[in-house]
Write a protein that binds this ligand. Sequence first.
Ligand SMILES: [Zn+2]
Length: 556
Amino acid sequence: MIHDIATHLSTLTAVQNVVVQGTKVVVTVNIDDNLYTLEVNLGGRFPSSLPKIYLVRAADYGLLPHVCWEGEVCYNDGEGVCIDITQQKEIAEHALTKAIDVLSKQGDEDFYDEFEGYWNKQDTIQPVYSLIEPGDKVRELRAAVNNKNKALIAFLPGEEDTLPNNEYAFLHKCTSRRTEMRAFYLPLESCIQPPLPGQPIEIDILENIVDLLSDCNRARWDDILKHNNIPKPALYLLLSQPRPGGGRSLFGITVPFANSWLKNSAGEKYKHTVTPLSINHHTPEFLIQRSGGYQDIAGIKIAIIGAGSVGGRIAEFMAMCGIRDLTLIDGDIYSIDNLYRHVLDSRHVETNKAKALASQLRSHFPYISITTKPEFINDPTSCFDNYDVIIDVTGDPTFSRRLNTKHREIQRTSKPLLLTVWLEALGLGGHVVLSDGLTEGCLHCLYHENGKEGLWNQYAFIESGQSVTRNLTGCGGAFTPYSAMDAAKTAEMAARMLINRLRNLTTKDHYCFWRGDDALAKSERMSTSDWYKKLGKAKTDAIDLHKGCSLCRQTA
Ligand SMILES: [Zn+2]
């Protein structure tokens, strides 16, 4: 087979020569009149994964973007690859073509964009966290150091950085039973090269680093050195340099303690080993972007009324999307009864739900700020101050209708968005109404019957007049039967609708729903509404709400 593959590869335009060596096919390729020798490695996991391709004598070529020091050509990041293992020739051809493509698009800029990748390949590299926002000024930092071996754990944020909230668990992990040491941040004006493979970093790197500081920063650094001895037991340096593609590459070094900077009193250079540090970025921008959140909505202020099974998940989605200012309102106490459908874990049982949820979210998300109101709201008027969005997940239609009416009545040209979210029992579905309080479409629209205001929600999935609550222990223990999946699905739909609106991806949707199966309802002998049955035939989830709503469509 390998000879078949070699013959196949020899037909590619750029390929000049092909030799089989064991499990490797060694090809000579001509790229822009430069000859490169590439080894296509068909051993290992090939064909279940793409073959590794190495550039022979890579170091001879100097800086090559996307080529590791040991010569591996990084032509694919492994994401989204699905391989048909019966087509080995085609797989090898695809890989070689991609590798040739990488080598033909060369420029120093790409290389420095990839700097962290090269730096982090060093044998003695130590991973550390950085909670520092890489600015353009030399400054002193704090570092958390392991008590026993003095290894650096993290560069800690100072006053100039966005601070994680006090309950953020990972920061406690970084700092508990650790010693805090002085450290320094040095932003370079231009780029240094990473050391060659197997070559340790020499103490000289310190001179190079200082040379690459701006005049201003060099003066700051000299000042620091003049007034402070280099701290024991080591000099911890967080470094950054510009990325041509934007932002800054972060890297670092640790140098053991020395009384003076580079030379001893006899003027001889110290022979210290320098330990290179790879940096795990930990800033709001990086973490939110890296996890698929949205920087553009970070400043939005959201109040959530109701921290139950649906509200809890919506709050979690909002935090995960990158919302950093939440107010949670609920007077209810978290009970063991809700354990199997609530996001809260059992540590929070017998705690106020809003406070418990806030605590859990603060522990998870470093840069979130949460206000709690552990109370039930009687007067909906008070809800509209200071927020961009109010999410009503009380599941209490009487309260929701009052809130909706008050929202309409506010005399302002700019109002918070009001999102009303509720689910149906027995897995029948969930609903979301999104109203801006100004244009047509509101919760009230759902309560019109033949043009008149009615008592029942005309868009409910369960036929009105039936009791859906159950109890396992007697009257006082009544509850509405729905599952964690029903809650999660409804919350996800509400969160998506809101985020799309906030990001201006949709402007006019004001109602959406999901419609579940009625098997459970049938087994419980519950009747579904005509609306539910009618929707079974509808293909769309975009419903234009009832015309003639007395609140929002008076002019229609
Ligand atoms: Zn309306």
